[in-house]
Design a protein around this ligand. Structure first.
Ligand SMILES: NC(=O)c1ccc[n+]([C@@H]2O[C@H](COP(=O)([O-])OP(=O)(O)OC[C@H]3O[C@@H](n4cnc5c(N)ncnc54)[C@H](OP(=O)(O)O)[C@@H]3O)[C@@H](O)[C@H]2O)c1
Length: 344
């Protein structure tokens, strides 16, 4: 009998997640009921957002995961059996599914959609540069940032999953692109692989606000904020009048159980007439086909070079997520599933 290997939440993390918060178990492969399908999970997107679902509070935009529950993530898989009209065996689907070999998906699966896999693209790209993080980069810069050629764009978590795609797109659009990173190794990747014009290492800068000013002497038109916290505070004093701040995420406080540090420079939103706007990709469904086409074209044309931090095998899932949440990763963290015994 084929088994379904699953990663469950063993205990709630206190701060940064550790391996002991997760447990690998074996369960039975479920039978899809009417309106459901059995999906073999092929690649799992490891994302900072998952951290928010592990706390038992109502601060997140998704329900908290129960202790003992199967971990979930935006994943891509292949339909094995289908009782859901419109979906057939062999179809590729993306949606919120379990960290497991086989998931049951149905019409109420969050973000469920059929995906056409281009023959010249690796499957993992569809949870990376051609998936949530890559499309978030494009939608944020276009819909919220409204970037224009010649503008200065600053991006934090600059070589992360969202950041490294955002940088390459903004550069392709003719912007000057400046990255904010957390290590010398990442600074090197930012300049040599991603193509940033300049980079600031916030861990080494004696005065972050000043270091950003030196990298952007004429001020910043658009700030793509992935981290919030003191970096956002330092950016507020570096924006040009009418600058736009794309509030994509605030990872600097995801691992904190206490209150995040205060922002001291909010007055600059008024003084410099800034736009500060949050967004969630889920609300911009109408923009996704064009964003996908942009990134496909970018990879084929060579202006977009996705970086993946890939691991293979479900036994690597927890370690990969902990690595992501420790801030050590570069590029998109993606788990490619190993091949379980096939369900016929
Ligand atoms: N709005 C949306 O729809 C949407 C969609 C996808 C992602 N997001 C958000 O976008 C942001 C980036 O996500 P991503 O998937 O691209 O992640 P990522 O950048 O690949 O990885 C996280 C990076 O964040 C930085 N970081 C800063 N403070 C940190 C801390 N206290 N702990 C851990 N990491 C820290 C680290 O880079 P440095 O060392 O360089 O600082 C780390 O490598 C997140 O805030 C995420 O929630 C939003």
């Amino acid at each position: 009998m084929p088994v379904n290997r699953q990663v469950v939440l063993a205990s709630r993390p206190d701060g940064e997640p550790v391996l002991q918060n997760f447990r690998l178990q074996q369960g039975a492969v479920a039978e899809p009921k009417d309106g459901e399908m059995l999906v073999r999970v092929r690649a799992i997107s490891m994302e900072p957002a998952i951290r928010g679902w592990l706390d038992d509070n109502d601060k997140n935009y998704f329900e908290p995961l129960p202790v003992g529950g199967v971990m979930r993530a935006l994943s891509i898989g292949q339909v094995i059996r289908s009782n859901l009209p419109g979906y057939a065996p062999g179809d590729y689907v993306r949606g919120l599914m379990g960290w497991e070999d086989y998931s049951i998906a149905g019409a109420d699966t969050v973000l469920l959609q059929k995906v056409d896999i281009a023959e010249d693209m690796p499957l993992t790209h569809y949870v990376g540069a051609l998936g949530g993080s890559g499309l978030t980069a494009i939608v944020g810069l276009d819909a919220i940032g409204r970037i224009k050629p010649g503008e200065t764009v600053v991006i934090s978590a600059a070589v992360g999953a969202v950041g490294h795609v955002a940088a390459q797109y903004a550069r392709h659009k003719g912007c000057r692109v400046v990255g904010i990173v957390g290590s010398a190794g990442k600074a090197k990747v930012a300049l040599e692989q991603v193509g940033y014009h300049a980079v600031v290492n916030y861990r080494e800068a004696a005065n972050l606000e000043q270091a950003i000013r030196e990298a952007c002497p004429e001020g910043v038109d658009v700030y793509y904020d992935n981290v919030g916290g003191p970096t956002l505070d330092a950016m507020l004093n570096n924006m040009k009048t009418f600058g736009r701040i794309i509030c994509c995420g605030m990872i600097s406080s995801y691992n904190r159980s206490d209150d995040p540090p205060p922002l001291y420079n909010m007055w600059q939103v008024v003084a410099r007439e800034l736009e500060l706007k949050g967004f969630l990709l889920y609300s911009y469904g109408d923009r996704l086909p064009a964003a996908l086409a942009t990134n496909l074209e970018g990879i084929r044309a060579g202006w977009l070079k996705p970086i993946e931090n890939k691991r293979v095998g479900i036994d690597q899932a927890a370690e990969l997520f902990c690595e992501l949440m420790s801030g050590r990763t570069t590029g998109k963290s993606v788990l490619e599933m190993d091949l379980p015994e096939q369900v016929g």
